[in-house]
Design a protein. Structure first.
Length: 452
C-alpha cells in the first residue's frame, strides 16, 4: 500500500510502479502527479486498462512470419516456399520411417520413465551426436577432449554456445557471413556478443566472394569468433570448395580465430553425412579448438521436437571437463535441462546399425528430391525463355535457392501467384514438387519480365 489513497490496492500500486518505469524507459508519458495517476489507474482497473498499454506491436519474424501470412491466404493454389521445411512430392510434411520405428520401440519399452534428464541432456545422444559430426575415428573423441551438451535444436545450441563465449572467452566479437540465416545476428547479440560481418556472397557471380571473405577475415582482430555454415549455406546455397575451405582454415588458425560451426543441414547438401561434415572435420584434424552446433530438425525431420547438440572441441580432456561444467551453469537457469523425447529418438536411430542405415537412405532420398526440383525448375525457366541466366539454381546446394529476385518481384509473386517466400528472394526447394514447379516458373517469368 502506498498510503496515498485508500482507493489504491497493493496490486494497483505495483502495476503503477511498473507502468511508470516502462513509460519512463520508453519516454512515452509526460510527467504526471503520481497521486493523480494512481487514482486514474484505480478507476480504470478491471475495465480494460492493461499494464502493457504502451507496448508496441512487434513485426513478424522474416522467415516464420511467411508461414503466418501463407496460413491466412485462402487461395487453393498457394505455395509456401518460405521456411526451410521438407515436403513430399504431394506437398505434405514427412515423418521419416525410421523415426516412426524408433518411436514405436520407445513406446514398447515398458522400462522407460519420464524423469528429468541431466542438465547436459541424454548421455548416449551426446556421444552419438559428437561422433556423427566429427567422425567415429576423430582423434578429439578418442582423446576425450570434446564437451557435448544436448541443446534445443540448432538455435538453442547456438545460443548456449554464445552465452558461454560471452562469459568465458576473451574476444567477444563474432564475425558472421554476409548474408546469413536471419536469426544469427539476433541470437549472438542477445547473448552478449558483438556481431560483425565478413563478405561471403557476390550477387554479380551468384557465387562465393572468396577474395572478399579472405580480405575481411584478414583484417579482423586476432582471436575473434568466426561463424561458419558447415555446409549448405543458408540463404545462398553457396559453399566453399574443399580447396577454399583449406585456405579458410589456414587463415583462421594463423590468426587465432575461434571457429563456430553451425551445422543445420548435415546430409542435406550432398546426400552424404560424411561429405557434409568435411569442413568441420578439417578443423578438428589440425588439433585446434572449435564450437559446433548441430540440428536434427531437417536431416531427421524432427523440427518440432527441438533436438540438437553443442560440441566444444578442446585441447585436452581436462579443459573439456571444465568447459562442460560451465556449460551446465549456462543451461540450468535458462531451461534447466533439455526435453527427453526427441533425443531418445535420435539416440535410437544413431545407436542401431539397421536404423542408421535406413536413415541414410531416407536422407539421401530427401536430398535427391531437392536436387531434382532444382533441375525441374531450371528446365521450366529455360523452356519459357525467362530472361537471365538461371544456372545458379542447379549450382547452388542444400535446401534453398537464392534466386536473385528482388523485394518487388517477390511481393508481386505473392500477390498475383500466392507464392510465399522470404523477401530476399530465397526459396525453399524442399517445398516444391513436380506439380508446383510450372506455377512457380510462370510466376518467376512474369515477375522478371514485368520488373526487369
Ligand atoms: N542454423 C541455420 C543455418 C538454419 O538455417 C536454421 C533454420 C537453424 C540454424 C535452426 O534450426 P532449428 O530448428 O533451431 O534447429 N533455418 C530454417 C528455419 C528457421 O528459420 O527457423 C530456415 O531458415 O527456414
Amino acid at each position: 500500500m502506498t498510503g496515498t489513497s485508500p482507493a489504491v490496492s497493493p496490486l494497483d500500486s505495483v502495476a503503477f510502479r511498473r507502468i511508470s518505469a516502462v513509460s519512463r524507459h520508453l519516454g512515452h508519458r509526460s510527467e504526471m502527479d503520481s497521486q493523480d495517476q494512481s487514482l486514474s489507474l484505480s478507476k480504470t482497473a478491471g475495465h480494460g486498462f492493461s499494464v502493457f498499454e504502451s507496448i508496441n506491436q512487434a513485426p513478424e519474424d522474416p522467415i516464420l512470419g511467411v508461414t503466418v501470412a501463407y496460413n491466412k491466404d485462402p487461395s487453393p493454389v498457394k505455395l509456401n516456399l518460405g521456411v526451410g521445411a521438407y515436403r513430399t512430392e504431394e506437398g505434405k510434411p514427412l515423418v521419416l520411417n525410421v523415426v516412426k520405428q524408433a518411436e514405436q520401440l520407445l513406446i514398447n519399452d515398458g522400462s522407460r520413465v519420464k524423469e528429468y534428464l541431466p542438465i547436459t541432456g541424454l548421455a548416449d545422444f551426446n556421444k552419438l551426436s559428437a561422433t556423427l559430426i566429427l567422425g567415429a575415428d576423430s582423434p578429439a573423441i578418442l582423446e576425450k577432449r570434446v564437451a557435448t551438451v544436448q541443446g534445443l535444436s540448432g538455435t538453442g545450441s547456438l545460443r548456449v554456445g554464445a552465452e558461454f563465449l560471452t562469459r568465458h572467452y576473451y574476444n567477444r566479437t563474432i564475425y558472421i557471413p554476409l548474408p546469413t540465416w536471419g536469426n544469427h545476428p539476433k541470437v549472438f547479440t542477445i547473448a552478449g556478443l558483438s556481431v560483425k560481418t565478413y563478405r561471403y556472397y557476390d550477387p554479380a557471380t551468384r557465387g562465393l566472394d572468396f577474395q572478399g571473405l579472405l580480405e575481411d577475415l584478414g583484417l579482423a582482430p586476432s582471436g575473434a569468433v568466426v561463424l561458419l555454415h558447415a555446409c549448405a549455406h543458408n540463404p545462398t546455397g553457396v559453399d566453399p570448395t574443399p580447396e577454399q575451405w583449406e585456405q579458410i582454415r589456414q587463415l583462421i588458425r594463423s590468426k587465432g580465430f575461434l571457429p563456430f560451426f553451425d551445422s543445420a543441414y548435415q546430409g542435406f547438401a550432398s546426400g552424404s553425412l560424411d561429405t557434409d561434415a568435411q569442413s568441420v572435420r578439417m578443423f578438428v584434424a589440425d588439433g585446434g579448438e572449435l564450437f559446433a552446433a548441430q540440428s536434427y530438425a531437417k536431416n531427421m525431420g524432427l523440427y518440432g521436437e527441438r533436438v540438437g547438440a553443442l560440441s566444444v572441441v578442446c585441447k585436452s580432456a581436462a579443459v573439456a571437463g571444465r568447459v562442460e561444467s560451465q556449460l551446465k551453469l549456462v543451461i540450468r537457469p535458462m531451461y534447466s535441462n533439455p526435453p527427453l523425447h526427441g533425443a531418445s529418438i535420435v539416440a535410437k536411430i544413431l545407436g542401431d546399425r539397421n536404423l542408421f542405415n535406413e536413415w541414410t537412405v531416407e536422407l539421401k532420398a530427401m536430398a535427391d528430391r531437392i536436387i531434382s526440383m532444382r533441375k525441374q525448375l531450371y528446365d521450366a525457366l529455360c523452356s519459357r525463355g525467362t530472361p537471365g541466366d538461371w544456372s545458379h539454381i542447379i549450382k547452388q546446394i542444400g535446401m534453398f535457392t537464392f534466386t536473385g529476385l528482388n523485394t518487388e518481384q517477390v511481393a508481386f509473386m505473392t500477390k498475383e501467384y500466392h507464392i510465399y517466400m522470404t523477401s530476399d528472394g530465397r526459396i525453399s526447394m524442399a517445398g516444391l514438387s513436380s506439380r508446383t514447379v510450372p506455377h512457380l516458373a510462370d510466376a518467376i517469368h512474369a515477375a522478371v519480365t514485368r520488373f526487369a
